[in-house]
Structure formats: structure tokens, C-alpha cells
Design a protein around this ligand. Structure first.
Ligand code: SF4
Length: 259
């Protein structure tokens, strides 16, 4: 793993991410190395090699957030995972949380149960939401397409522990890949301790070479994603499952899939 140490000028960047006004990116690049990652486009801007093999650590962010306040939701992080493996060692996210104004409305999305390490700090925020990206990929598939992530069991348990600790949580069911994502199972496993869900279909357009990988390895999944009539059937089924479980859903994101 190539680690690049850098300094940021501004801790809060403006964002167009739905539901957020600002973003904090203490890392750029992500060791989780998901094959479908929408942030792979960063490789065009940073010439450090393959996505998942490098991380820029913006080491002055804990100092930069001190004494700053921004109004509106702040999202952490949009081009990395705040709790990727290196965080266990450098504790950058932890130091940012410690120094950040606790009146800032903060939403963190991660694939890692490492977030539980910071429960003590998360509890201090007036408005805090923590989401775990969850799916129903079996272990073989997870290792293939999300190679360095904690397994689903750990993510489900993390959601439960956040709930038990009184932290508002959400399940980000993503990427939904027809025939590979079992929404009924995911909701059955988590609905007792998840506040709300956001559901996002795979973004083929932003997934780079994952598109051809999916086409080759799971042709039916690919076909459904690019065929509007077939996709509509999957969406109808999702609505039936959601109605059956009576869970709160804040959004279903369906990307235009044509190139
Ligand atoms: S965890 Fe998120 S940011 Fe990291 S590689 Fe996976 S999709 Fe990309």
C-alpha cells in the first residue's frame, strides 16, 4: 500500500451529494479497493497507480477542523472510507472527531466495524448519523469485488451496536445488483435495529471496468441492469419487499445505465 502524506487547506468542501452541504475527506483513495467504486475516477487526477493500492493521508485535518463551524449536514467521506484499515493505525478520523465542533451535523458512511472504536466520540455530537454499507454478497463474491472490507456479519453487528449505543444509524444497501442482492434477506437480518435504509443500484456508468467484469461473469445481472423493462420488474419487487417489512426508506437511487 502506497501512503502519501499531504496537507489540506480547507477541512470542509462544498458538495452536491443529496442530503449534505459539505464533505470532509481526510483520506483520498481507499484500501477497501471495491471493484465497482464510483470514486475510481480519482486515479485520473492522482498518478499513484491502481485504485485500492494507494491512500493520501491529509494529516493536518484534525488541526484544521478546530474552532470551525458549518451549518447544514456534513458528509464523511466521499472519495474514501473514513474507517479503512489504515485508520486503525493513524487514527486520523478519531482525531478529527475529537477536535470537531460537536454542534456540526455529521453523517458518516463506512463499510467497517472499526467505527465502533469511536463510539465515545460519536455520542458527543448533537446530530450524528452513522451508516453501514450492507449487501448480501457471499464471502467468495465479497472477496472478489470488495476485497479488503469487513464481512457482512461484522457490518450487521456494527449497525446493532450503534443502535444499542443510542447512535442514529442507517443501512446503505449498495450496490444493488439484480440476482446477487437479496433485499428481503438484508432487511430481515437488520430491520430490528436499523433506523432507516437508503437503497442504491449499481452505477454501471461510474464503475469503470466493473461493467465488463459483470457482463462476463454475471451476464443475467448485467442484462437486467441495462434493460428498462426487466429493471422495472426488479424495482416493483423491491417495493413489495419494503411494503412487507414496513421499514423506513429515505431513497431508492437508480442510475441511468447507458454509456
Ligand atoms: S469502501 Fe467506498 S470508497 Fe472505498 S473502495 Fe469501496 S466503494 Fe470505494
Amino acid at each position: 500500500m502506497k501512503i502519501i502524506r499531504a496537507k489540506a487547506r480547507n477541512p470542509f468542501g462544498k458538495t452536491k451529494i443529496p442530503g449534505a452541504k459539505f464533505v470532509v475527506n481526510q483520506y483520498i483513495g481507499c484500501e477497501h479497493g471495491c471493484r465497482y467504486c464510483y470514486a475510481k475516477f480519482m486515479c485520473k487526477w492522482y498518478d499513484y497507480g491502481e485504485w485500492g493500492k494507494w491512500v493520501i493521508v491529509r494529516e493536518n485535518l484534525p488541526e484544521l477542523v478546530k474552532g470551525r463551524f458549518v451549518s447544514g449536514w456534513v458528509y464523511m467521506s466521499s472519495v474514501s472510507d473514513a474507517y479503512q484499515p489504515i485508520e486503525a493505525e493513524v487514527k486520523l478520523t478519531r482525531r478529527i472527531l475529537r477536535n470537531m465542533n460537536k454542534n456540526i451535523k455529521l453523517r458518516i458512511l463506512t463499510k467497517s466495524n472499526l467505527v465502533l472504536r469511536d463510539l465515545d466520540l460519536l455520542k458527543k455530537f448533537r446530530c450524528m448519523e452513522v451508516g453501514l454499507t450492507i449487501n448480501s454478497f457471499d464471502e467468495e463474491l465479497r472477496k472478489e469485488i470488495e476485497p479488503n472490507t469487513p464481512n457482512m456479519e461484522k457490518r450487521f453487528k456494527a449497525l446493532k451496536k450503534l443502535h444499542d449505543a443510542g447512535i442514529r444509524n442507517y443501512g446503505f444497501i449498495s450496490p444493488v445488483i439484480p440476482t446477487l442482492t437479496d433485499l428481503d434477506y438484508i432487511i430481515e437480518q437488520t430491520k430490528d435495529f436499523v433506523e432507516y435504509y437508503i437503497i442504491e443500484f449499481l452505477n454501471l456508468k461510474a464503475s469503470g471496468d466493473f461493467r465488463s467484469w459483470l457482463k462476463e461473469n454475471y451476464p443475467r445481472s448485467y442484462k437486467i441492469l441495462i434493460d428498462q423493462a426487466m429493471l422495472d420488474q426488479v424495482i416493483s419487487k423491491i417495493h413489495r419487499i419494503l411494503a412487507k417489512h414496513k421499514v423506513r426508506v429515505e431513497g431508492i437511487v437508480i442510475h441511468p445505465q447507458s454509456l
